[in-house]
Design a protein. Structure first.
Length: 204
């Protein structure tokens, strides 16, 4: 790998220090997420969802804290599917929606997600799932051993890659078809694959 390529990887990975909360420029407001997604159930209380404006119901659901509530929303709970059935929602957008509903529209949108739990290491996720496409470049997926395939995708930094993993890209569905994964899980997997591609040596 050329020196210039090495520094491209270093610069891209340095973005990780900014944290998950700074990954997306297109983050929607809590109000927008609630109106577009959450209101379908939380306005009427469908399937036991706490109604927007029901102080007693939300007080009960927030007893263990907003982080725990967010973790449940990410993984899915009761009849609510993971990420509210919208896997392209980021953990921050989900947190903002929660803030809006819990405060009845009075809270300022948080700048960081209340929670973005890790369910497994990046290596574990890649080896158990991502390798199915990124191992041999299925449907144009950049191979784990091919840094040249990852290089153009790094022009927007790691944040751009994470956003693509969350939203889905071409043949890859949002969150790689695993809606219960957090943004942190996806970031760890993407980071692992980029590092592996940059350090791969034939014969390894």
């Amino acid at each position: 790998m050329q020196v210039r390529d090495h520094w491209l990887v270093v610069a891209s990975l340095a973005v990780l220090t900014l944290g998950v909360s700074n990954t997306m420029a297109e983050e929607r407001t809590g109000r927008a997420v609630v109106e577009q997604t959450c209101a379908a159930c939380h306005t009427s209380g469908k399937d036991g969802a706490p109604k927007i404006g029901d102080v007693a119901a939300w007080t009960q659901h927030t007893k263990k804290g907003l982080a725990k509530l967010t973790e449940s929303a990410i993984a899915g709970i009761g009849k609510m599917p993971a990420h509210a059935g919208q896997p392209d929602l980021s953990d921050l957008e989900l947190s903002r929606a929660i803030a809006f509903m819990v405060s009845f529209g009075k809270a300022v949108d948080p700048k960081k997600p209340y929670a973005s739990p890790t369910s497994m290491t990046g290596e574990q996720l890649v080896q158990s799932h991502c390798v199915n496409c990124h191992g041999d470049g299925k449907e144009g997926a950049p191979r784990i051993d091919d840094f040249n395939a990852w290089k153009p995708r790094l022009q927007k930094g790691m944040n751009g890659l994470v956003r693509s993993a969350i939203s889905g890209h071409k043949a890859m569905p949002a969150r790689s078809g695993m809606a219960q994964l957090s943004d942190t899980d996806l970031r760890n997997a993407v980071t692992y694959m980029v590092v592996q591609s940059a350090t791969y040596k034939p014969g390894n």
